[in-house]
Design a protein around this ligand. Structure first.
Ligand code: 3PY
Ligand code: MG
Length: 264
């Protein structure tokens, strides 16, 4: 089976950069995946794409050296199995708030006897190779999103779930669940909670990923010990690049209108 380079980078202690796709376009996916990210994730939770477009985006990522991953909409076992069948090499699952959800998530990602994934590998086989079925349990990544106060209250049990490869922190939902604003993740109670999650996950040798609002924050997170960082999403990067192009082109007195809000 084609190796999972994200897993291999994790095992060899190399940092992992992850692109994040919300724009429903296989062309945009191909452009982003060609820029040097180690992984690229199609975001079905907050992205604007449906299943068919997500599959075309996975195909586009697959012709680059980036590892194709998906964030599913929720802990929805049939959807997760179908996304793996579509060729996702890693699933990031939102709101894994309890050990029961963590178990159900791993079950959806793994073939029996380890889990309950149904057989029908479809594109997974085309991308992974003829021995996909024999090795899929070892190569595909199950990353549980820790993004609520409830998940923190059950953190140790969630992280002890057998078969879980790692975690991915959603700092904005985590902040909201603690009564704070999105974007407040670098300090205070949210900052402390993120440090606690990182410590608990690293103690168990789990892959630790996190969404970051900027490249500077992504760099900081790598320095703190995160293995995988997402330095913003496609819409955000596209918007800010356009803004800088305009600012580089025009002097302040020539600027006729201010930028509207940048996509998130
Ligand atoms: C969050 O910050 O809650 C996320 O899910 C990031 O994508
Ligand atoms: Mg979230």
């Amino acid at each position: 089976m084609r190796p999972n380079s994200v897993k291999n980078r994790f095992l060899s202690g190399q940092p992992i950069t992850n692109g994040w796709l919300s724009i429903p376009s296989s062309y945009a996916a191909e452009v982003v995946a060609s820029q040097g990210f180690d992984a690229v994730t199609v975001d079905l939770q907050h992205g604007m794409m449906d299943f068919e477009t997500a599959m075309a985006m996975l195909q586009a990522i697959s012709i680059t050296s980036a590892t194709p991953m998906v964030r599913c909409t929720s802990m929805d076992a049939p959807q997760i199995m179908r996304l793996l069948d579509a060729g996702a090499y890693g699933i990031i699952c939102p709101s894994i708030d309890t050990p029961e959800l963590a178990r159900a998530f791993v079950d959806a990602c793994r073939y029996p006897p380890v889990g309950k994934r149904s057989f029908g590998p479809a594109r997974g086989l085309l991308y992974g190779g003829p021995d996909y079925f024999e090795h899929a349990n070892d190569h595909t990544l199950a990353l549980a999103m820790i993004e609520s106060k409830q998940a923190i209250s059950e953190l140790e049990a969630i992280l002890d779930t057998p078969g879980l490869d790692g975690i991915y922190i959603g700092p904005n939902d985590l902040a909201l669940s603690m009564g704070c604003k999105p974007g407040s993740e670098t300090e205070g109670v949210v900052g402390d909670a993120i440090a606690q999650i990182l410590r608990a996950a690293r103690r168990r040798n789990l892959l630790c990923g996190i969404f970051c609002a900027s490249a500077a924050l992504a760099r900081q997170r790598l320095d703190e010990g995160f293995h995988l960082v997402t330095p913003g999403n496609d819409a955000n990067i596209l918007g800010s690049s356009c803004k800088s192009r305009i600012a580089e082109t025009l002097s302040e007195s020539e600027t006729t209108h201010q930028a509207d809000i940048t996509g998130y």
